[in-house]
Design a protein around this ligand. Structure first.
Ligand code: BGC
Ligand code: NOJ
Length: 816
């Protein structure tokens, strides 16, 4: 069952009924100002940091679902009937309803009793505000007297404090209303130099800024008193709950359309120029007025929207493909890179499942997110790598996250995850191969942001590798620390305290025994990347040392990390096996199978092949590949959070989508195109659209997990949008299945596609040059013969063309 359809031409997903299984959201903004917006106009916005600079309030886990939003009420002033064109909050049954989620914008509209209304929401490039463009049309055959009310509820900036500190916050709220603009200025009197504004293009019939006056006693957003009676109260908030609501009256002739623009934005003044006049407490509006005037001008708004479209066209033109499979095309060309940009921008901070107050920018997460975005935004990727590296510690370890506003690392969501530093090597290698910009390696970067500790980035990478080499356990495999990629495999925590966070609880063991085979595989991959970087820098000796370290670790993995038919997951704090046929539960885990084969371990002696066979036999399901089997049916204190989840959910045996592309890549390493693409398709959101009533999350983006077969809701997705799944699937399908992969010396084209595909075409911008790639299958297998601009080239790498080249024609024959 579907709740909408893809409009590929316009790069939109069109939702055709408002009561989707869950709010299906989109993101506004791609620089400093962001919003999340659901298909019924729910959501909120913030400046840079979803916790510390939240503009509007949102009620997570509310009933009814999805409250707090960008609300518009229309009221027929003849009859007093009122409704919301975005369905929420009044939930009137509209005659027609649609929500078009596009790239960086959303349009929601409906028709009700002969009044059509639609609102386009977007954040212009370079602006710290969102535009709501409301168009109302009188479809009746008689004149219409209409009241329009807007409504947003302001958040008192720090979203955590806002949701908890009522004894203070009920007394701090302050606003100013001047002309058609409502200013929210709580705490502006003291240490803040920023405020929010909510402006309207039309003259006001009234306004409200005090929530409970607007709503009326004990009423909800579905039935505000001001709207019901058809007249605002002109309330001015002092304390309690400041809101912004404009009231305007429109008279529309039959067939007439009118546009109303609302702007909701953020503005800062220099600390010395906060007030006007200077000795008053009134906001100095001199610098914000031109911003407001600009975006209330319809021509400027249109131009800003066109610029946004052009921006996304430019980003997506980095890679466009035409394959025989529409789901692959749609995800590769539109939604997957779009989601990659979203994860790159927002890490795990704000979604329908991430409250914005929980997490900042994760070290591990962002390094992986970067893999999916680096080709589109290389300059920003460069900056991100340097920011991340600046939160690395002198030990080579890393803060697990930093706050985007301050860029300072912190331990708020835990520390001591031993995989963290290795991801920095992978992201830097990806950046170098994409751009060829070796200068980043020479950038001086401090440790822990401490001035005076700067060392070239290359030194940070060396320490990352050394960090693992200096932390080995009894089998000389890497010690796991608090956890590795799997945050919930907590072999040193032994938590027995109800509610204690596994991520921050003190380690009960000294951490010298529990080892991770997955980390062994990740180390081999990272050390080989490091060798590649060193060799490219002309440091042959060092390159060999890294290769030797990788080989040595690969040997240990084969010696101590092989269970007979698959790779073990770990050794616990007692030296017992995790992820072994000897275990009663959790016998086989996906992570080491994918990672070790990706790293090239076991390719020579058939163990790689065997491991992937075991994945297919024991872990693969129609809804994707499970994290482990059997799922844990009870809590094991020596395993930690993984066994805290009921079987089949999250880290306890769900289809944890992030890991599936590792197996897809591993299958391509073995040359299995059919298998790789089959796995790709099982979790492909577009391919799952037809079962939206089972999947329940948005069909246009990946979710972190799909409930596993041990769960009663097998196939149900959760935690959509902000997940490493986006970047890794993009890497798997574009670089390994389609096989278009940047290297230091040129663009590799080594497709491992399904047997039944006759070929595909692609356009890829690489280091400023456009590659027109045509792949044709001439026989079975994956052998590549290349012609570049008509001339045969040995191997599968298209060499870098001479400077000044605009287009390179690449013809690839595979198989035969
Ligand atoms: C979740 C993990 C997540 C971790 C982050 C855990 O509760 O299960 O998926 O990585 O929290 O802090
Ligand atoms: C989600 C976290 O953001 C990520 O860092 C982690 O690797 C996975 N969960 C698995 O636990």
């Amino acid at each position: 069952m579907q709740f909408g359809y893809f409009d590929d031409e316009r790069r939109e997903y069109v939702i055709t009924r408002p009561d989707t299984p869950l709010p299906w959201i989109n993101y506004l903004g791609c620089e400093d100002f962001f919003g999340i917006i659901s298909n019924t106009a729910g959501g909120y916005c913030f400046y840079r940091d979803a916790r510390l600079r939240r503009l509007t309030r949102y009620r997570y886990n509310n009933v009814p679902l999805d409250f707090g939003g960008r609300y518009i009420y229309l009221r027929d002033d003849e009859t007093g009937l009122f409704w919301s064109p975005s369905w929420q909050p009044t939930r009137h049954e509209a005659e027609e309803y649609f929500c078009r989620h596009g790239l960086g914008y959303t349009v929601i509209g409906s028709a009700f009793r002969g009044v059509a209304a639609q609102t386009r929401y977007f954040v212009p490039l370079g602006a710290n505000l969102e535009v709501w463009q409301l168009t109302v049309t009188n479809q009746r055959d008689r004149p219409l007297a209409l009241s329009v009310f807007s409504a947003v509820e302001f958040c008192l900036w720090d979203a955590w404090d806002d949701a908890t500190n009522f004894q203070r916050n009920f007394s701090t709220g302050e606003v100013e209303v001047e002309g058609r603009v409502i200013y929210h200025k709580t705490e502006y009197r003291e240490r803040r130099n920023h405020f929010a504004f909510f402006a309207c293009s039309e003259p006001l019939a009234g306004f409200d800024t005090q929530r409970d006056t607007f709503l009326g006693p004990y009423r909800g957003w579905d039935r505000p008193l001001a709207v019901e009676r058809g007249q605002s109260f002109n309330s001015v908030a002092h304390g309690w709950a400041p809101i912004g609501s404009h009231h305007i009256r429109l008279h529309l002739a039959p067939g007439e359309s009118r546009q109303v623009v609302f702007l909701l934005g953020y503005h800062e003044n220099p600390p010395g120029e906060k007030f006007d006049p200077p000795d008053s407490q009134r906001i100095n509006k001199r610098t914000v007025r031109p911003v407001i005037a600009r975006y209330l001008d319809p021509a400027q708004v249109e131009a800003a929207f066109e610029a946004l479209r052009a921006h996304w066209d430019r980003l997506l033109s980095t890679l466009q493909v035409e394959t025989p499979d529409p789901h692959t095309n749609r995800m590769v060309n539109i939604w997957n890179p779009y989601q990659c940009m979203t994860t790159f921008n927002l890490a795990r901070s704000a979604s329908y499942f991430e409250s914005g107050i929980g997490r900042g920018i994760g070290f591990r997460d962002s390094n992986q997110d970067l893999l999916g975005a680096v080709a589109m935004v290389p300059e920003r990727a460069r900056e991100r790598i340097l920011d991340l590296a600046a939160t690395q510690l002198e030990t080579g370890g890393a803060y697990h996250q930093y706050q985007p506003l301050t860029k300072r690392g912190n331990d708020a969501i835990g520390s001591g995850f031993n995989d963290d530093p290795l991801w920095l090597v992978l992201s830097t290698a990806a950046y170098l191969k994409e751009t060829g910009d070796g200068s980043i390696l020479d950038e001086p970067v401090p440790y822990d942001n401490q001035p005076g500790t700067e060392e070239p980035l290359y030194g940070h990478l060396e320490r990352s590798i050394r960090y693992t080499m200096e932390r080995l356990g009894p089998h000389r495999l890497p010690l796991i620390g608090r956890a590795d990629w799997n945050d919930c495999l907590n072999l040193n925590i032994f938590s027995e305290e109800p509610g204690e966070s596994f991520q921050t609880a003190p380690l009960k063991r000294d951490g010298t025994v529990a080892e991770s085979v997955f980390l062994g595989g990740l180390f081999v991959l990272a050390a080989r990347e490091m060798a590649g970087i060193a060799r490219w820098r002309g440091l042959e000796e060092e390159a060999r040392r890294y290769e030797a370290a990788a080989d040595e670790m690969a040997r240990r993995v084969l010696e101590h990390g092989w269970d007979g038919e698959w790779f073990l997951r770990a050794y616990d704090a007692f030296g017992g096996k995790v992820g072994s046929r000897e275990c009663s539960e959790g016998q086989i885990f996906i992570e080491p199978q994918g990672m070790c084969v990706m790293a090239g371990i076991g390719l020579e002696d058939g163990r790689a092949q065997r491991a992937l066979e075991s994945v297919r036999e024991r872990l693969s399901t129609p809804h994707g590949i499970l994290l482990h089997q059997p799922a844990y049916t009870r809590y094991y204190v020596h395993l930690g959070e993984i066994s805290s989840y009921p079987p089949g959910y999250k880290e306890n045996g769900s289809v944890f989508c992030h890991t599936n592309p590792w197996v897809m890549i591993a299958e391509t390493v073995l040359g299995h195109g059919d298998r790789a693409h089959d796995y790709y398709q099982r979790i492909n959101p577009s391919a799952r659209e037809a079962i939206s009533e089972v999947h329940r999350c948005e069909p246009y983006v990946y979710a972190q997990m799909i409930a596993g077969r041990d769960a009663p809701t097998f196939g149900e997705a959760k935690n959509s949008w902000l997940t490493g799944t986006a970047a890794w699937n993009y890497v798997a399908v574009t670089q390994h299945i389609l096989g278009i992969r940047p290297t230091f010396v040129g663009l590799r084209v080594a497709p491992v596609i399904p047997r039944g595909w006759a070929g595909f075409t692609a356009r890829r911008v690489f280091r400023g040059v456009m590659y027109h790639i045509t792949v044709r299958r001439v026989g079975p297998g994956n052998r590549v013969s290349l012609r570049v601009d008509g001339r045969p080239v040995e191997g599968d790498i298209v060499p870098l063309p001479p400077p000044g080249t605009g287009i390179v024609q690449v013809d690839v024959k595979i198989g035969g």
